[in-house]
Design a protein around this ligand. Structure first.
Ligand code: F6R
Length: 635
């Protein structure tokens, strides 16, 4: 099953801002946030259903699973419950299912669709069609022929919703799938299996095959909406939208469909020309951020530092308009250079002692992503607290839990504290692990042990960073405690826990992991819970300065960075030692994401890279820099 990023159903309000982007071969509609995009797509689906209901005709929908459409389904469910959206005349055809796969498996797309949509709306059971993963291989061809026939019998798909895989797949039509392919059994691309590996607790547990509607089946739909959300999709969105039509990126075939639209959020659109380098394709509103972005781009293009860029360089490289609007060139150079220089900060919380809270979504994000700043804050005498928002238990290997059970039971035997009861408990826990099916959930006890492993690692790591155990807050937010990769939505209970911490510590400054691209969306949800809590406590007078940092996966773009904290070689070394204390995440972590490097290496290379970039723009040679963005009311 693909990873689920939980987004609460978008609330009804005025139409979200959107724009069709220039320089695309497929109409591409960009929304600022994923929730806005969800709401738009849900509205299109709902309008079609309502229109057809009024006319007394059926609505035939083609449906995807995965992390992308979850918000659309939530909004449709909301409309069903609150606005009488009636699905009784809706016929659905799902895109795909893993093979082999039983429909009740936690990894099954059949189960996913029921849990996330069908169980909450009134699509009649006989109208639901989902490819089967539980039939004999020799029966698959006949099943696929029948699937095509059923689509035809229903009058064809009127609206097909799609996600896009990082291979460019639509459905499970991996690179090499032909334009005319129909519903069939396919072999999954290694990248797709890697991307699904975290949901399956290991790549080896991901099925090698799937049954999918073909490219031809999809293109036969009257109208198609393909969605991509999050910056991890940005490279493939660019290929699909601006690249050649090729079976190497099956989503590119949509360029030839008369009624296909790509719906993206700003993050997924970030590699498109109109967003990345808008001055190449039209007029730009030259805001301070746009100015910085253009100047840094020019530095990179010409491999020149800021202060060496000439008016001629601007004019010759599509930036004459910037010069005309914001010039003279001297003013632009000084503004951008000074902005960069003034962002360098050696006292992140200022000269006077302050209370600071570093919120860490998982128990290691604090040291991996802002460990140097954490050390600096502690060394400068501030009252530094760390709030670990989740236990991170799902990222601990079974063998680590097993070893800790052995450790505990042997220690008890040695101390003479073992009893029949404790022996039975240890034996049961070992049995739970031994009999666990690949990818299945852990028992409550094993989840607790795994959480404890991470808690003790975090405690040691924080100590290296200079933060003692009595300043650590293990919040165990309820939304995370599903035992699965799939999380529950954020509720008041999560928000209350954070609000109470803010009230009790009254920090002057807080740090929030503001990235939107960790593999499971947990960072996104943790950030959301904090921002909701802030909205609650701010009117009560608790108004900390809020700084955002990026998780282990990516750094901010230079034009986004507002504060950069220089790290000395000694601080970088201590940071590395702190990361090493997270033993359960060392070597090959359970959830490495797309990047195979160990966390300490990613952290070190990232901070050194930022200093190299700053250096290339003409700033001095810092050893390493950690980057932050100020929170101004939106992520
Ligand atoms: C799922 C499907 C796939 C997904 C794609 C993106 O039914 O057909 O093509 O849409 O793999 O998955 P997410 O949305 O999880 O990134």
């Amino acid at each position: 099953m693909a990873t689920t990023i939980s987004r609460t159903a978008a609330k009804p309000r005025t139409a979200p801002q959107s724009q069709y982007l220039r320089h695309t071969k497929l109409p591409t509609l960009m929304f600022r946030t994923a929730a806005d995009a969800d709401r738009h797509v849900a509205l299109v689906v709902a309008s079609l259903v309502r229109e057809n209901n009024s006319a007394g005709v059926a609505t035939v929908l083609g449906l995807p699973t995965g992390s992308t459409p979850i918000g659309v389904y939530r909004e449709l469910i909301r409309q069903h419950k609150e606005e009488d959206l009636d699905f009784s005349q809706v016929i659905t055809f799902n895109l795909d299912e893993y093979f082999p796969m039983t429909p009740d498996s936690i990894h099954s797309y059949n189960r996913w669709m029921r849990a996330n949509f069908f169980d909450h709306v009134n699509v009649p059971e006989e109208n639901i069609h989902i490819p089967r993963g539980d039939i004999a291989p020799e029966d698959v061809d006949a099943f696929c022929d029948e699937y095509e026939r059923l689509i035809e019998k229903a009058g064809g798909v009127q609206l097909q919703l799609l996600g896009i895989g990082r291979t460019g797949h639509i459905g499970f039509n991996e690179p090499g799938s032909s334009r005319n392919s129909l519903t069939r059994m396919v072999t999954l691309d290694p990248q797709t299996r890697r991307d699904a590996s975290s949901s399956f607790f290991g790549e080896e547990n991901v099925p090698t095959h799937a049954v999918t509607m073909g490219v031809g089946t999809i293109l036969a739909a009257k109208k198609i909406i393909i969605m991509a959300l999050g910056e991890h999709k940005a490279p493939v969105v660019r290929k699909a939208v601006e690249g050649e039509v090729t079976d190497e990126v099956t989503a590119s075939f949509l360029q030839k469909h008369p009624h296909a639209t790509f719906v993206v959020d700003e993050a997924a659109a970030s590699h498109l020309t109109a967003v990345k380098t808008p001055w190449l394709v039209g007029r730009v509103d030259w805001t301070p951020v746009a100015e910085k972005k253009a100047v840094f781009w020019l530095c990179r293009e010409l491999q020149k530092p800021i202060l060496k860029l000439s008016g001629h360089d601007f004019r010759e490289n599509h930036l004459h308009d910037l010069l005309a609007q914001n010039g003279p060139v001297e003013a632009i150079r000084q503004r951008v250079f000074n902005g960069l220089l003034n962002g360098i900060c050696t006292q992140p919380a200022g000269p006077d002692r302050k209370t600071v809270i570093v919120f860490s979504p998982h128990p290691d994000d604090d040291v991996i992503s802002m460990g140097g700043t954490l050390i600096t804050l502690a060394d400068q005498g501030h009252d530094v607290h760390i709030a670990y928002q989740t236990s991170g238990n799902i990222a601990v290997f079974d063998h680590d839990a097993d070893r800790h059970i052995d450790f505990m039971s042997e220690l008890e035997e040695y101390l003479g504290t073992a009893t029949d009861k404790s022996r039975a408990i240890y034996a049961k826990m070992k049995q739970d692990l031994a009999s666990k099916k690949p990818g299945a959930c852990d028992s409550a006890e094993i989840q607790f042990i795994k959480g404890l492993i991470r808690k003790t690692e975090a405690t040691l790591a924080a100590l290296i960073a200079g933060v003692k155990a009595d300043k650590l807050h293990f919040l165990n937010l309820p939304f995370y405690q599903t035992g699965k990769v799939e999380k529950a939505p954020i509720t008041q209970a999560d928000v209350d826990i954070i609000a109470n911490l803010l009230r009790s510590l009254n920090p002057a400054q807080i740090y929030v992991a503001g990235d939107l691209s960790d593999p499971h969306g947990t960072h996104r949800m943790c950030a959301k819970a904090i921002l909701q809590a802030l909205a609650v406590v701010e009117p009560e007078g608790f108004q900390p300065e809020v700084w955002l940092y990026r998780g282990a996966w990516q750094e901010y773009e230079p034009h986004e960075i507002e504060r950069a904290i220089p790290l000395s070689p000694e601080v970088v070394d201590r940071k590395k030692q702190a990361i090493f204390r997270h033993e359960s995440q060392k070597d090959a972590p359970l959830f490495p994401g797309a990047d195979k490097r160990e966390f300490w290496l990613r952290a070190e290379e990232r901070t050194k890279n930022t200093s190299a970039v700053y250096n290339s723009f003409g700033l001095p040679e810092f050893f390493a820099l950690e980057a932050f963005v100020r929170y101004r009311g939106q992520l």
